[in-house]
Design a binder for this molecule. Structure first.
Ligand SMILES: O=C(O)CCC(=O)C(=O)O
Length: 392
């Protein structure tokens, strides 16, 4: 069956990761002043937007050791992945946004008498701007970021969520959490891509990851016990106050305690991108600097063959895959189009991978057929390393 190609525009999404359980914009308990979810009153266009050709970027090919590191640590930082001129565009854009020089659907302009300090503190985190601003869609579908995702979670990749962090001096952090709790997919293939717009370090509230914790299951909160693993894990305790910066109430800190001494700061320069799987425990602290912003653009992605009901409230059917943009590869599931026409697999067949035709899966075309299929007893001598003659 050919996937239904539907438009990616939509209704409201919100919450710490834009998840359905946190749909109403609110002042987060961790003091995330200015956190905003964009109320989406975006009309779904009658047809897909014309494709905007890509600027040419050299393809980034992940190395074997990077691939291994991603799995061993639960995250991978790719240095200098996004070129400086692109980061400069985001810097200029965030300045315009913070100072109200840009009309954004769903965001109130600042009061005319706002002080520079008040302007700075207006937003800490804004969700889903790629649905209303072209530049955010372009960064969500940045070819260099997608190159890495293709290797780590692909080859078929869907872009699901975007967040812009404008962590001002004094701005709060976000306590321990696991992203797949907020954005569940089945199978679970979620991966975040965190692009540093400013240098991010221990002082201005950069990210911290806990290597080893990527092997942990997703810990549910009460009422969402079956969300990620169904009934399959018998002794999975519930946790409370995930994302809260206060470790005494955020009980995911008990899981983090199993990895005491292993947590590492992700010190990053502008243009570096941290990729992190949906299970790895991560957090960020308050920006303790006197005058340094910590801006970042974060996208969340999954393998495009994962089913999701994330953001179900905005869909009219069973799943919500038709709202997620097909970024790379192909899928047998429905998928959405980029609202502003940024070139990606959804609207550009050449980005669907070699051999993708209609319903076809690019990789399948190359797969060996018949290996390990025979029922006849094997000649075990052929497997005896001692009898291998490599020169034969
Ligand atoms: O940037 C931050 O402070 C937190 C980001 C985060 O936890 C995420 O993107 O999952």
């Amino acid at each position: 069956m050919a996937p239904r190609e539907l438009l990616g525009g939509g209704a409201a999404m919100g919450g710490a990761m834009g998840g359905p359980a946190m749909a109403a914009p609110k002042q987060a308990r961790n003091g995330a002043v200015g956190t905003r979810a964009i109320p989406q009153q975006v009309a779904v266009a009658p047809g897909a937007a014309p494709v905007q050709p890509l600027r040419p970027y050299p393809r980034y090919r992940v190395s074997v050791s990077e691939y291994v590191d991603f799995h061993r640590q639960g995250f991978l930082i790719v240095r200098g992945l996004v070129p400086p001129e692109d980061v400069a565009e985001l810097v200029a854009h965030t300045e315009d946004l913070m100072h109200g020089r840009l009309a954004v659907p769903g965001l109130e302009p600042p009061p005319p008498d706002a002080t520079p300090r008040e302007l700075e503190r207006r937003y800490l985190r804004i969700h889903m701007l790629h649905r209303v601003l072209e530049v955010h869609e372009r960064f969500l579908l940045h070819p260099r970021v997608l190159d890495v995702l293709e290797a780590l979670i692909g080859p078929d990749v869907m872009a699901m969520q975007s967040m812009l962090f404008l962590k001002f001096p004094g701005g709060e952090g976000q306590g321990y959490h696991q992203d797949s709790y907020y954005i569940p997919t089945v199978p679970d293939t979620l991966c975040g891509a965190w692009l540093a717009v400013d240098r991010a370090d221990e002082e201005n509230g950069g990210m911290w990851f806990t290597p080893g914790s990527q092997h942990e299951p997703i810990y549910p909160t009460a009422g969402r016990e079956r969300q990620n693993h169904g009934d399959a894990i018998g002794d999975l305790p519930t946790v409370d106050h995930v994302s809260d910066t206060d470790d005494t109430v955020n009980t995911l800190s008990r899981v983090a305690a199993k990895y005491a001494g292993q947590e590492v700061p992700a010190v990053m320069e502008p243009g570096d991108v941290a990729f992190f799987g949906g299970h790895v425990l991560h957090r960020s602290h308050r920006n303790r600097s006197a005058d340094r912003f910590r801006r970042s653009f974060v996208g969340h992605y999954a393998n495009a063959r994962s089913y999701t009901r994330w953001g179900y409230g905005e869909g009219d059917g069973d799943g919500t895959n038709d709202r997620q943009i097909l970024a790379r590869g192909w899928t047998h599931l429905p998928f959405g189009q980029p609202r502003f026409g940024t070139a990606c697999a959804a609207n550009t067949p050449s980005l669907r991978g070699a051999g993708a035709t209609g319903d076809g899966a690019p990789m399948m075309a190359n797969m060996a057929d018949g290996d390990m299929l025979a029922t006849a007893p094997m000649d075990m001598a052929r497997n005896d390393p001692a009898s291998h003659d490599h020169d034969a």
